[in-house]
Design a protein around this ligand. Structure first.
Ligand code: HEC
Length: 309
């Protein structure tokens, strides 16, 4: 290669780097490029340090953990003190006894009756139990449980984009609570597509994994209902807020007319489904394609719609 070409090549490389380093404008809301609603590097490093500290405290028996199973409602502290029998079982201090030495382990509000309910019981004590859904045919309380299984590590405890993995990701995960600014401008079909097929399915980064091999379609809808219910919610100050936090999401907008109750008839949704189904492989167990697959506590969209009323 002669020297002239080498100079041009090196110049071209330098031209690319500043473009990649420019302020991140790759988020799109309603077709417009917008600044991505993410945390700062500093806030993510702080969140990670806090997570590490909680984990260390838990190992030493010196505190509770937000990301471990916190046996009380994180937002409100709603719960009751554990019975003596349980105090014997759980010798770990939750860290909320403020040095009094008293055991501060909190019990669940209701006693679970059977195995599957135990799982629900934990989840429903973690954060709000919504009485209504902003996505007809989907249940935010069910979605919340999947969120805390699969999404919390990156998207954060309260959907603020500050999970313990977030600091390591490029780009940083968004604040899924940034409603008016960002998330409310995305349609239900867009959210379904990015969750089922991952970032790559909507021209975002594959740092956002595809969940279609692990999570049922109905549960993806349930997660969407949970995300919608969290749009711009203010910190909770009363039990009423707690049971039905006020979201800025407007389910009546035409863009969100596609719901699990009518998605099967929607051309845009069907097209997205075909694309996603073609790209997914390696599904385990009963996950055999689009649509509803019965199992566990899962209800059909029609049943969810009835239950949420
Ligand atoms: C490994 C980390 C990681 C996990 C786990 C993860 N996400 Fe993401 N997610 C990301 C990142 C990073 C982005 C941003 C991708 C981009 O904009 O290029 C993203 C983007 C998204 C978006 C698109 C909105 C937007 O523009 O940010 C949604 C919706 C979303 N994630 C939901 C979920 C849900 C629901 C789960 C759990 C089922 C989940 N994510 C699990 C990292 C993750």
């Amino acid at each position: 290669m002669n020297a002239k070409w080498l100079v041009l090549l090196v110049a071209a490389l330098f031209a690319i780097v500043p473009a990649a380093m420019a302020a991140e404008k790759r988020c799109k809301a309603a077709g417009e490029k917008v600044e991505c609603p993410t945390q700062t590097k500093e806030s993510l490093e702080k969140a990670l340090a806090n997570f590490d500290k909680e984990a260390q405290d838990m190992l030493k028996g010196a505190g509770g953990s937000t990301y471990g199973i916190a046996p009380f409602d994180y937002l409100t502290g709603v719960g009751k003190r554990t019975s003596k029998a349980n105090t014997e079982t759980f010798k770990v201090e939750s860290g909320y006894s403020k040095g009094t030495g008293k055991t501060e382990m909190w019990d669940r509000v209701k006693k679970p009756a059977s195995g599957e309910q135990i799982y629900n019981q934990w989840a429903n004590n973690w954060s709000p139990s919504f009485k209504t859904s902003l996505v007809p045919g989907a249940n935010p309380n069910e979605g919340k449980q999947w969120y805390y299984v699969y999404c919390v590590g990156c998207h954060g405890w309260l959907l603020h984009g500050d999970g313990p993995n977030a600091a390591y990701l490029d780009p940083y995960p968004r604040k899924l609570t940034a409603g008016a600014e960002y998330m409310n401008k995305k349609t239900n079909v867009e959210l379904f597509t990015v969750i089922k097929g991952g970032g790559a399915a909507v021209e975002l980064s594959d740092a956002m994994p595809a969940w279609g091999n692990l999570v049922q379609d109905q549960d993806i809808w349930n997660i969407i209902a949970w995300i919608r219910a969290n749009a711009d919610v203010k910190p909770i100050t009363s039990v009423a807020d707690y049971l039905n936090p006020k979201s800025s999401f407007d389910p009546k907008s035409a863009a969100n007319a596609v719901t699990p109750l009518n998605a099967a008839q929607n051309a845009e949704f069907k097209e997205a489904q075909e694309m996603l189904e073609a790209s997914l492989a390696g599904r385990g167990g009963d996950l055999k394609g689009a649509g509803f697959v019965a199992g566990g506590l899962r209800k059909t969209a029609e049943e969810e719609a009835k239950a949420m009323k």
